[in-house]
Design a protein around this ligand. Structure first.
Ligand SMILES: *[C@@H]1O[C@H](CO)[C@@H](O)[C@H](O)[C@H]1NC(C)=O
Ligand SMILES: *[C@@H]1O[C@H](CO)[C@@H](O)[C@H](O)[C@H]1NC(C)=O
Length: 475
């Protein structure tokens, strides 16, 4: 008797579970069904709930009627945001007029009020009126600006960069530049006197540091979303100058991260900084190589600055020595490199050229405009393609770069265009392998306004030591 009872209970449990399972799978299917009334209720005067003989309380997945090529429901549960009610449900079951159901469409898909998607740098939301409402930010990569540049005859071509796509112009200016305009005091810095002799100072029509000093001019780096061109341009010019001056005995690529994390007095790290402060630091404290203190672009918050992991102490005669090991545990060469005080060149094109040809690349400050970000090749000049757009499409910020040479492009109609060759810090897939050419001799984007050069601090002893260093490593 007991055994029979137990069997019956067990059977009941099995039956109960099976029924629940069936119900669950049906409900899931119903919830996944696409909303029935996309684009409005069709057949609003048709008879469904009424014809079926009434409505059902609560949830009843069997309370349906055929509707178009599917079914509609007459249970109270049908009245959710994803409505699958019959057209006359509201009238017949609730005694109220049917709601107006709004949805938005995109690429054949249906979205409900409040759902979003991102169109380039703008977030679009399906609004209460069933229309997409999009933010109106100017984007860093605007297709019409790219097209307008490429259609026009500006002498340069534009491209769509995936690393910039989805950013607003404001974000580009905030995170991709990062040099503060020099203060009035710094702007008043004296220019060095250069005596140009028109006879002996013949300047060639084309000059490229990378060709005169092979192996000593460093490739452009990528600052990522870190507004630290102040550190990148300074480290790059110092690296080249030390390599040239030591005649290749040392070819350090100096660490921008060392400057970003350690030169923090009145500096903003990845939120922008001053080049005079960077040069002060290179002279007084010095920095290690990129390999010793590698660059770590910020991942989350672009303004974050890593803790300083490298300090130096004086070892007499103005020289310094690192007091810590390299942050890169695989590198044991924590030599500190220093510079002499920087000097300012005049804005005269010829004097800048002479300096580059004799001593190597120089640092220049420039204004980067909205169309500079899309530069791909050619001789850049700021264009007017966004002049007929609202003012939020026309913005600029201060940037710093490394000028490495110059040239002149001759056209068949007899005209010619003079340019500078300059290295940016947006990686090698930007521009012409990370470089760009820009109009020369007309202070395009202020590039000839504030030009800085520097010497490395190198002694014969340094050269000797480094020479041995390298030799030992090769043996
Ligand atoms: C049913 O729809 C009406 C009209 O849109 C609404 O006022 C009501 O709150 C809804 N009821 C439920 C249970 O969602
Ligand atoms: C630009 O690039 C992005 C990302 O790589 C792509 O989604 C977009 O369609 C491109 N736009 C144009 C106009 O080519």
């Amino acid at each position: 008797m007991k055994f029979v009872l137990l069997t019956v209970v067990a059977l009941l449990l099995v039956v109960g579970e099976g029924a629940a399972d069936r119900l669950l799978s049906k409900r899931t299917k119903r919830e996944l069904a696409s909303p029935l009334h996309v684009g409005g209720i069709r057949d609003p005067f048709g008879s469904y709930c009424q014809r079926r003989g009434g409505c059902c309380p609560g949830r009843d997945d069997l309370c349906t009627e055929p509707y178009l090529d599917t079914i509609c429901y007459c249970d109270i549960f049908c009245n959710r945001s994803v409505a699958d009610c019959c057209p006359d449900f509201w009238d017949t079951c609730l005694g109220i007029p049917p709601p107006i159901i709004r949805t938005c469409q995109r690429n054949g898909n249906v979205f409900l009020t409040g759902q979003t998607y991102k169109e380039n740098c703008n977030l679009c939301t399906c609004g209460a009126l069933g229309r997409w409402e999009c933010e109106q930010n100017a984007c860093l990569m605007e297709p019409d600006i790219i097209h307008a540049v490429n259609r026009g005859h500006f002498g340069w071509r534009a491209a769509n960069y995936s690393q910039f796509y989805g950013m607003s112009l404001d974000e580009g200016i905030r995170y991709r530049l990062g040099t503060q305009p020099p203060s009035r005091t710094v702007m008043n810095m004296n220019e060095i006197q250069m005596n140009m002799d028109p006879q002996s100072d013949r300047l060639p029509p084309y000059f490229n540091s990378a060709e005169k000093w092979p192996g000593k001019i460093h490739e452009p780096l990528d600052q990522g979303n870190c507004a630290a061109s102040w550190a990148f341009s300074t480290a790059a010019v110092a690296s080249d100058r030390i390599s040239i001056q030591s005649m290749g005995h040392m070819t350090p690529q100096l660490s921008p991260q060392n400057l970003i994390s350690c030169d923090t007095r009145n500096q903003g790290g990845c939120a922008g900084g001053r080049i005079d402060g960077a040069w002060w630091y290179l002279r007084r404290r010095g920095v290690v190589t990129e390999d010793c203190y590698p660059y770590q672009p910020p991942q989350q918050t672009p303004a974050e600055v890593g803790r300083c992991m490298m300090q130096s102490r004086s070892v007499g005669r103005g020289k310094r020595q690192a007091t810590q090991r390299c942050p890169n545990a695989h590198n044991y060469h924590n030599d500190i490199y220093q510079s002499t005080p920087p000097y300012r060149l005049s804005s005269n094109e010829k004097e800048i050229m002479k300096e580059i040809m004799e001593n190597g690349p120089v640092q220049a400050i420039m204004e980067a405009h909205e169309d500079f970000f899309v530069y791909k090749s050619g001789i850049y000049k700021h264009t007017d393609v966004s002049f007929n757009k609202p003012s939020q499409y026309r913005k600029h910020g201060t940037h710093s770069v490394r000028i490495t040479g110059w040239g002149e492009e001759r056209h068949t109609d007899g005209t010619s265009k003079k340019y500078w060759i300059a290295a940016n810090s947006w990686g090698k897939n930007w521009g012409e392998d990370g470089y760009f050419r820009i109009a020369r001799g007309e202070n395009e984007c202020e590039i000839e306004t504030f030009v800085i050069a520097v010497w490395g601090r190198i002694t014969m002893e340094d050269m000797h030591n480094h020479h041995h260093h390298h030799r030992r490593r090769h043996i």
